[in-house]
Design a protein around this ligand. Structure first.
Ligand code: HEC
Ligand code: HEC
Length: 427
């Protein structure tokens, strides 16, 4: 076995199988360090500290839901890395998708598994008004803002006078557009409202959404072990400062080479922000077939709350171009957004239906593609079984665990003190 030993003494000196040190460094530098959070010119309040505090109060407030049964934090619990820890979210009924983490969510280009919202602020309206989630409505929301003294002060400091809703002939207690249930009294009430009055309610919904977005943009994580490794390695220390275990480092090498993971999990958030069909076996047979990006692309394009719509603070810009130039075609059927792998060890279960309970299960799936649902001609051909050995699967999981880091400012994970914490109180 002298030959094998000799081979190893050569191969094992390389930073990773098949990749030269220069290519390894190049690939590494695409993942770390992370750039600053991009501004969001479609939301004039995106980086406003007061709006973020107002948004935080709203995020934890169950009064935003129909019968005070849900706040955003019910399904995005700070103690569970802003997830609910379930395979499928539980709203007023069981939902068909997994609740994603909100850590680093300000960095996403598209929101939701199917990307049917193109900004954080456009996203917030969905759970707020969805009949199977919080089931709130924009009239009730506007009344809450106007009647809660603390909210009113905070709102008016940011957006100017809150609308007067005292005339109940013009402003019903509850109203929202419900195209999926046109007989609902709230839809009928909305239909009866005058355009100008609807615009007043829309403005409150949009301003609340922009504040919720300002809050969620603060949920940023800092440097992980992986970033510390990359920083040392790229500064010339081939040991990477010892920040990764030997296992995790082999896992990183597999991530780049045999696993081909960076075909999709590329860039500083370890996602291409695009959509792919992995054909992961469904959680159970009762769930409806998920159209994924095919429907998501149609919905975001026609959404009047998108970056090119009347509520956007920059109707002509990069984000507006992105959504206007979007196409939807049959090949996108079943495609899901590539999730970021930042903090992935903290956000089980995994995939859009929470099909996998552990990272071990996810990596084993990529290894074998066992149970993959071949759906005919829409099937993307990117994935072939990676055929990892059991040891390689463990190495990859170790690497994935090195991507976790705490919030840069953990005080944002805390619910504000009851009622109306002054905007300039210390967090
Ligand atoms: C009943 C549980 C539930 C509640 C309540 C809820 N969410 Fe979610 N949230 C989900 C689920 C499930 C998804 C994924 C849905 C999909 O992709 O279709 C999601 C997706 C998101 C996303 C997109 C994340 C990403 O990476 O694309 C954001 C942002 C978000 N929610 C914020 C909020 C805010 C803000 C509120 C309160 C206004 C809220 N959620 C209330 C369950 C919930
Ligand atoms: C063809 C693009 C592509 C490739 C290649 C790829 N992924 Fe993924 N990955 C995705 C998509 C898309 C999802 C979500 C799929 C779904 O929910 O149905 C995903 C989900 C995941 C998840 C679950 C994350 C979560 O929050 O639910 C992990 C972990 C993961 N991938 C790791 C890897 C690893 C490790 C490799 C290499 C062995 C890899 N991926 C290769 C596109 C890809």
């Amino acid at each position: 076995m002298i030959g094998a030993a000799l081979l190893c003494s050569l191969a094992c000196a390389l930073p990773q199988e098949g990749l030269s040190p220069a290519r390894f460094a190049r690939k590494l530098s695409r993942l770390s360090p992370r750039p600053e959070l991009r501004p969001d010119p479609t939301n004039a309040m995106a980086d406003n500290e007061r709006a973020a505090r107002f948004g935080r109060a709203l995020f934890f407030d169950p009064r935003l839901s129909r019968d005070e049964s849900f706040s955003c934090a019910t399904c995005h619990d700070p103690a569970l890395a802003f997830t609910d820890g379930r395979s499928l979210a539980e709203g007023r009924v069981k939902l068909a998708r997994n609740s994603p983490t909100l850590l680093n969510v300000g960095r996403r280009r598209w929101l939701f598994w199917d990307g049917r919202a193109d900004s954080l602020w456009a996203q917030a309206r969905h759970p707020l008004e969805s009949p199977i989630e919080m089931d709130g409505d924009r009239l009730a929301l506007a009344r809450l803002i106007a009647s809660d003294a603390g909210y009113r002060v905070q709102y008016e400091a940011l957006f100017g006078p809150a609308p007067q809703l005292t005339d109940s002939a013009r402003f019903p207690a509850h109203a929202k557009p419900m195209p999926e249930d046109k007989d609902d009294p709230r839809h009928l009430a909305w239909e009866r409202m005058k355009d100008d009055d609807r615009a007043l309610a829309d403005a409150v919904l949009v301003n609340v959404s922009k504040s919720l977005a300002a809050y969620q943009r603060r949920l940023k994580t800092g440097e992980s072990k992986f970033d510390e490794f990359a920083s040392a390695y790229l500064a010339g220390d081939v040991s990477g400062g010892g920040h990764l275990s030997a296992e995790a480092r082999r896992g990183l090498e597999l991530f780049f080479s045999k696993g081909q993971c960076t075909l999709c999990h590329m860039g500083p958030e370890l996602t291409d922000e695009e959509f792919h069909h992995l054909a992961v076996p469904p959680l159970n047979e009762e769930l409806p077939i998920d159209q994924g990006r095919h429907l998501g692309a149609i919905l975001v394009k026609r959404d009047s709350f998108n970056a090119s719509g009347e509520h956007s603070d920059q109707r002509e810009g990069e984000a507006a171009d992105f959504v206007q130039l979007l196409i939807s075609d049959a090949d996108q059927f079943g495609e899901m957004r590539t999730p970021s792998l930042r903090n992935v060890a903290d956000t089980a279960p995994y995939m859009h239906q929470g099909q996998f309970k552990t990272l071990e299960e996810v990596v084993h799936f990529y290894s074998t593609l066992e149970g993959a649902q071949r759906t005919g001609h829409h099937q993307e051909l990117t994935l072939t079984p990676a055929e990892f050995t059991p040891k390689e699967e463990k190495d990859l999981v170790s690497f994935l665990r090195s991507l976790s880091a705490p919030l840069t400012d953990p005080s944002w994970a805390r619910a504000p003190k009851p009622e109306s914490e002054p905007l300039d109180a210390p967090r």
